[in-house]
Design a protein around this ligand. Structure first.
Ligand code: ATP
Length: 384
């Protein structure tokens, strides 16, 4: 520069950014900064890539969910279609099943033989539908819808009744009657023992598995109705007939679900049953025992519900009065028993005539055979 007035030269101007002499520490920092910048860039690019991938995946997920919703809608439609088909099939199956039972005979008679003893006439099962009774040297044969031999088990007899018992769940009313002379095994067949239960307990068990069941138990003694499940079993009840329905107002009704409930109801009923002795059997039951099971069945798939009643009757002994040599109260009982059994027989005849009329009208037949044993002629006279 130009010399100053005082002859001195101006001091040189300092540099705007003087570059400090590089120390070993600052060299390391700049290297690290560079590296940091590089990894920052890489990280940004990775994050950008991940975000793009996630976006793509979200799009795919959205597509998949849309497809699933569509498929679900279609599946729901198919399920509804299958449900309605099932409903139709269930109704058809029930109707065919029950028609089959009707064709086999709406009234069926089974015979269960007991082991013959020296004092009893010899009863012998000759085939599945025939028994022979040998008495005083002569042999008489009788036909039934089914014959159970003297070695038949409780399971076998129950299996024979099972098809009609199953109808109850479909809303049909079914009645099973045990009929026979005193000591012939009616109570054994219907009630059985704790270890080897009969039709009553087995059907109760079976039906309580299939639907909601309610038990009613009553006895009929000398034309008097007694509720066997009430705390006051001696009180007589009335029978009410309204149109086609018969009811006993005030009859105790107990809901049964478990096996313990069933046994409890049966035991209470049995305890309250009037038992008196006769000449032929010390533990002779002198009353008819009626156990009615009201079953409400519902199909969870189709939503259909039905209500049926299974009536199980252990009738009083059907022996002849003269044979038992009954006198006094026993004679009164025997007369009442025989009167009610005769009424039952008359009802059977009436029912058979109704069935015959129905068959003639619907099938236009002049002559028909019902239950394989009864033959009707044109004048409503029947022969066995
Ligand atoms: N199939 C059988 N196997 C074994 N024991 C039987 C059989 N049938 C009946 N009994 C026995 O015979 C006896 C009389 O049977 P049960 O009481 O069932 O006759 P019942 O027809 O009900 O008589 P009642 O009319 O007097 O009531 C009972 O001790 C019973 O256990």
């Amino acid at each position: 520069g130009d010399p100053l007035p005082n002859g001195r030269r101006p001091a040189p101007e300092p540099e705007a950014n003087p570059v400090p002499p590089e120390s070993p520490g600052s060299c390391c920092v700049s290297k690290l900064t560079r590296e940091l910048n590089v990894s920052n860039k890489q990280l940004r690019s990775t994050v950008r890539q991940s975000l793009t991938d996630m976006k793509n995946q979200l799009e795919q997920l959205k597509d998949a969910m849309g497809k699933m919703a569509l498929e679900e809608q279609q599946a729901a439609g198919e399920v509804e279609e299958l449900r309605s088909l099932y409903r139709k099939e269930a109704v058809e199956r029930k109707s065919l099943y029950n028609k089959l039972l009707e064709l086999q005979g709406n009234i069926r008679v089974f015979c269960r033989c007991r082991k013959s003893s020296a004092s009893n006439p010899c009863v012998e099962k000759t085939d599945d539908q025939e028994v022979a009774v040998i008495q005083k040297g002569s042999k008489k044969k009788f036909q039934f819808d089914k014959v159970y031999g003297s070695s038949s088990t409780q399971e076998e007899v129950f299996a024979g009744t099972l098809p009609v018992i199953t109808s109850c769940v479909d809303g049909y009313n079914v009645c099973i009657l045990a009929y026979g002379q005193t000591g012939s095994g009616k109570t054994y067949t219907m009630m059985g023992s704790k270890e080897n239960p009969g039709v009553n307990i087995r059907s109760d068990r079976r039906l309580s598995h299939k639907g909601r069941t309610e038990d009613l138990t009553l006895s009929i003694y000398n034309d008097t109705l007694n509720d066997l499940l009430t705390k006051n079993p001696g009180a007589a009840l009335d029978l009410r007939v309204q149109g086609k329905s018969v009811s006993v107002p005030g009859l105790t009704q107990i809901q049964v679900q478990t096996e313990a409930d069933i046994l409890n109801v049966m035991e209470t009923g049995e305890k309250n049953r009037k038992i008196a002795s006769t000449k032929m059997n010390i533990q002779s039951s002198r009353s008819h025992l009626v156990v009615a099971l009201e079953v409400e069945g519902s199909d969870e798939v189709s939503g259909l519900t039905s209500r049926g009643t299974l009536t199980l009757c252990d009738l009083a002994g059907s022996e002849r009065i003269a044979k038992t040599e009954a006198t006094g109260q026993r004679l009164v009982e025997a007369a009442a028993i025989n009167k009610s059994l005769t009424a039952l027989g008359q009802l059977r005849l009436y029912l058979l005539c109704v069935i015959e009329k129905f068959i003639r009208k619907n099938l236009q037949m002049n002559e028909c055979i019902i239950c394989s044993k009864l033959c009707f002629t044109d004048r409503n006279v029947f022969k066995t």
